[in-house]
Design a binder for this molecule. Structure first.
Ligand SMILES: Nc1ncnc2c1ncn2[C@@H]1O[C@H](COP(=O)(O)OP(=O)(O)O)[C@@H](O)[C@H]1O
Ligand SMILES: [Mg+2]
Length: 253
C-alpha cells in the first residue's frame, strides 16, 4: 500500500484543560481533495495549525511524505511542500497583485541579503522565472488582468483567488485551505472550487475546511467530520450524508 502524503496518529493539542484536538488519526493520500467539516469550535483550525507546526502537538505523531514533522517550524514544513493558503493573511494593500505574488515566492526561497549580493545574476534570472510563474498562476485563476492593480482594490472573491495564488507560489504538494470561500457569493464560490478541482487534476492535493457543505461535498473526494476535537466520521460525501451521526453532530447532540 502506498504511504499517505499526510499521516496523523493520535494527535492532540490542549489549551489548558481544553482538548481542542483529541487523539486524531488522519490518512491523506495524494491527488485528491479532502474536506474537513464540523461545527464551530470543533477543532478544525487548531488541527490545521498543529499540522503546519504553528502549534506543537501535545501528543501523537505527524508525518508528511514519510517524514516525521512534529517539531518542524512552519517555514520548514512550507519548504517541504506543506502549505496553507492564507498562511500570511495580510495582503500588501498598496502593492500590485503581481508584487503580492512575488513576495510570496521570495518568502519561499528564504533568500538572504548576502546570497542575493553574491549571486546577483542567478538572482535576477530567478526573479524573471518567478514573475513568469506568477503570471501563469494569475491566468489560471483568471485574475491576470488585475496583475498591475493594487491588491487593496480587489473584491472579496478576487482576494480569495489571490490568496490561493500566493499559496501556489510555494509549489506545494499539499495545500491546506481554511474556509477558502467564506464571504464570497455562491456563484464565485463554486467557480473557485472548480479551479481547485482543476489544480487537483494537475496533481495538487488539497485539504479544505469549509462551512459551505453543499459546495465542499460536490468537490471533495473524501471528508472527515470533526466534533469536540475528535474525528467521528470519514468517508465519501455521498456516504457521509447518509450517516445519522453526521446530523447529530450538526444539531449539536
Ligand atoms: N489559541 C487558543 N487558545 C485557547 N483556546 C483556543 C485557541 N484556539 C482555539 N481555541 C479553542 O479550541 C477550540 C477549537 O477551536 P478551533 O480550532 O478554532 O475550532 P474550529 O476551527 O473548528 O471552529 C475552541 O473551543 C476554541 O475556543
Ligand atoms: Mg476555524
Amino acid at each position: 500500500m502506498r504511504e499517505p502524503l499526510l499521516k496523523l496518529r493520535k494527535v492532540s493539542k490542549h489549551f489548558g484543560g481544553l482538548y481542542a484536538v483529541n487523539g486524531v488519526d488522519l490518512d491523506i493520500s495524494s491527488g485528491s481533495i479532502w474536506g474537513l467539516v464540523g461545527p464551530n469550535g470543533s477543532g478544525k483550525s487548531t488541527l490545521f495549525n498543529t499540522i503546519l507546526g504553528l502549534y506543537q502537538p501535545d501528543e501523537g505523531s505527524i508525518y508528511f511524505s514519510g517524514r516525521r514533522i512534529n517539531n518542524m517550524p512552519p517555514h520548514q514544513t512550507y519548504g517541504l511542500g506543506l502549505v496553507k493558503g492564507f498562511q500570511v493573511p495580510k495582503l500588501f494593500q498598496a502593492l500590485s497583485v503581481l508584487d503580492n505574488m512575488l513576495m510570496a515566492g521570495r518568502n519561499h526561497r528564504g533568500d538572504s541579503f548576502i546570497h542575493s549580493l553574491l549571486f546577483r545574476n542567478s538572482w535576477q534570472e530567478q526573479e524573471v522565472e518567478m514573475a513568469d510563474r506568477a503570471m501563469e498562476l494569475l491566468e489560471l485563476l483568471e485574475i491576470a488582468h488585475l496583475a498591475a492593480a493594487p491588491a487593496g482594490e480587489l473584491s472579496g472573491g478576487q482576494r480569495k483567488l489571490l490568496e490561493i495564488g500566493k499559496g501556489l507560489m510555494a509549489s506545494p504538494t499539499l495545500l491546506l485551505l481554511d474556509e477558502p470561500v467564506a464571504g464570497v457569493n455562491p456563484k464565485l464560490g463554486r467557480r473557485i472550487f472548480e479551479k481547485l478541482a482543476d489544480l487537483c487534476d494537475k496533481g495538487l492535493s488539497l485539504f479544505i475546511i469549509e462551512h459551505r457543505l453543499e459546495l465542499l461535498f460536490d468537490f471533495a473526494h473524501r471528508v472527515y467530520v470533526m466534533d469536540k476535537g475528535k474525528i467521528l466520521i470519514e468517508g465519501a460525501p455521498k456516504d457521509v450524508v447518509k450517516n445519522a451521526l453526521f446530523y447529530e453532530v450538526y444539531l449539536g447532540g
